[in-house]
Design a binder for this molecule. Structure first.
Ligand SMILES: Nc1ncnc2c1ncn2[C@@H]1O[C@H](COP(=O)(O)OP(=O)(O)OP(=O)(O)O)[C@@H](O)[C@H]1O
Ligand SMILES: [Mg+2]
Length: 345
C-alpha cells in the first residue's frame, strides 16, 4: 500500500525548473523534461542516449572522465561547467552538479544541471559594453585634449598676434595726436587692447597650460595652486620632494587635469580653508593625494548629472590607475590617485 506520508519526489523532479538526470554505464537512464529540453530533445528521446551524444565534442573527454571519477568513488560529487551539445549542434553551457549513487544495485551518477548560456552571453555582452564605454571615455579625453591644445595655439598665435598689432597701431596713433579728446579715447582703447591680450593669454593658458609642455608637471601644478589660492583664498601646499619620475606627456596631462578638476570641486563644494597636494613615486607608481579640510565627500559614487568624479576616475583607469577617496586628516576629503609610472623598472 502506498505510504500517504511519502514525499512525492517524482512530481517534484518532473516539474523541476532545473534539469535532472541519472547516468549509468555512460548512458542516460533517466532525464526529466527540463534537462532534455535544454538540449532540444524530449525525455523519451534522451533516455538511453549515450553521454557523448549530449556533450559538445571538445568537452566529451573531460566530462566522461568526471563521470568515472565519481563512479570509482575518487570524488563523490563534482560541480563544474560543461558544454552540452544541442540537437541543433550548438553548444549549451551547463552548470552541473552530480554525485555517485547506487542505482539498480550498481554505481551511477545522479545530477542536476542548469542552463547558464544566456547568463554567460549577458555577462560577455556587459563586459564588452563596459570595455566600449571605457574606450569611448579614453577617446573623448584624447580628442578633448587635442582640441584644447589646438584652440589654445590658435588663440594665442592668431588672435593674440592680431591684438598685439592692434595695440602697436593704437600706440602709434597715441604718439601722433595732440587732440585731448582723441588722446582720451586712444588711451581707453589701449587699455582695452591690453585687457584683451591678457584675457586671450589666460584663456589659452587655461585650455592648454604652456607650463605643462615646457616646464613639466611640478611647475604646472605649482602655477595652478598659486592661481587657485589667490582666487578663492585657500592656503595651498604642494609637497613633491620624493617625486622625480619622468612621466609621459599624456600621463602628465591626466594627472594635471585630475588635480585641476579636484581643485574645482574643492572651490565649488568643500568650503575648505586648506589644501595639500602631495605627489610621490612609490615602487613604480605615482601616488597623488589631494586633501582638503572642508565638509567632506559623501561617496565617490556620483548622483544625478555630475560627471567630474566619473571622468577623473576614467582618466586614471585609462592608464591602468585608480582613484579613491578617504576622509581627510583634518576632516574634509582626501582623493587618492594612483598611476603606474611608464618607465618603472
Ligand atoms: N572636495 C569635495 N568636498 C565636498 N564634496 C565634494 C568634493 N568633491 C566633490 N564633492 C561632492 O561630490 C559631488 C560630485 O562631484 P562631481 O565633480 O562628480 O560633480 P559636480 O562637481 O557636482 O559637477 P561637474 O560634473 O560639473 O563636476 C559634488 O556635487 C559634491 O557634492
Ligand atoms: Mg566637479
Amino acid at each position: 500500500m502506498e505510504n500517504a506520508y511519502a514525499i512525492p519526489f517524482r512530481g517534484i523532479v518532473e516539474q523541476s525548473l532545473a534539469g535532472m538526470y541519472v547516468i549509468q554505464d555512460e548512458v542516460f537512464q533517466y532525464v526529466n523534461a527540463t534537462f532534455a529540453g535544454m538540449l532540444g530533445y524530449t525525455a523519451e528521446e534522451m533516455t538511453g542516449m549515450h553521454l557523448r551524444q549530449a556533450v559538445y565534442p571538445e568537452m566529451q573527454e573531460a566530462t566522461i572522465a568526471n563521470f568515472h571519477r565519481r563512479i570509482s568513488g575518487e570524488v563523490p560529487s563534482i560541480r563544474y561547467t560543461t558544454m552540452g551539445w544541442h540537437r541543433n549542434r550548438e553548444p549549451v553551457y551547463l552548470d552541473v552538479h552530480g554525485s555517485s549513487v547506487i542505482y539498480r544495485g550498481r554505481p551511477a551518477v545522479v545530477g542536476v544541471g542548469v542552463n547558464i548560456t544566456e547568463q554567460l552571453q549577458q555577462q560577455e555582452a556587459l563586459r564588452l559594453s563596459r570595455e566600449r564605454l571605457r574606450e569611448l571615455a579614453a577617446y573623448i579625453n584624447t580628442v578633448r585634449e587635442e582640441q584644447r591644445a589646438r584652440i589654445a595655439r590658435e588663440l594665442h598665435d592668431v588672435v593674440g598676434g592680431m591684438l598685439t598689432s592692434m595695440k602697436l597701431d593704437i600706440q602709434r596713433v597715441q604718439r601722433r595726436t595732440e587732440d585731448p579728446e582723441l588722446k582720451l579715447i586712444v588711451s581707453d582703447l589701449l587699455l582695452l587692447a591690453q585687457e584683451s591680450i591678457d584675457s586671450v593669454r589666460t584663456i589659452s593658458e587655461d585650455l592648454r597650460p604652456g607650463a605643462l609642455d615646457h616646464l613639466g608637471l611640478h611647475a604646472a601644478l605649482q602655477a595652478v595652486l598659486r592661481q587657485f589660492s589667490e582666487r578663492i583664498e585657500v592656503a595651498c601646499e604642494l609637497h613633491a620632494e620624493d617625486f622625480d619620475a619622468q612621466l609621459s606627456q599624456p600621463r602628465a596631462t591626466a594627472v594635471y587635469r585630475i588635480c585641476q578638476e579636484a581643485l574645482t570641486n574643492i572651490a565649488r563644494h568643500a568650503g575648505a580653508t586648506q589644501v595639500h597636494l602631495r605627489l610621490a613615486g612609490v615602487d613604480g607608481w605615482l601616488q597623488v593625494e589631494i586633501e582638503d579640510n572642508g565638509r567632506g565627500l559623501a561617496s565617490l559614487t556620483p548622483t544625478g548629472k555630475s560627471i567630474g568624479l566619473v571622468s577623473m576616475a576614467e582618466r586614471a583607469r585609462e592608464f591602468g590607475g585608480s582613484l579613491n577617496s578617504r576622509p581627510g586628516a583634518a576632516g574634509g576629503t582626501c582623493l587618492i590617485l594612483r598611476l603606474p609610472l611608464e618607465d618603472a623598472p
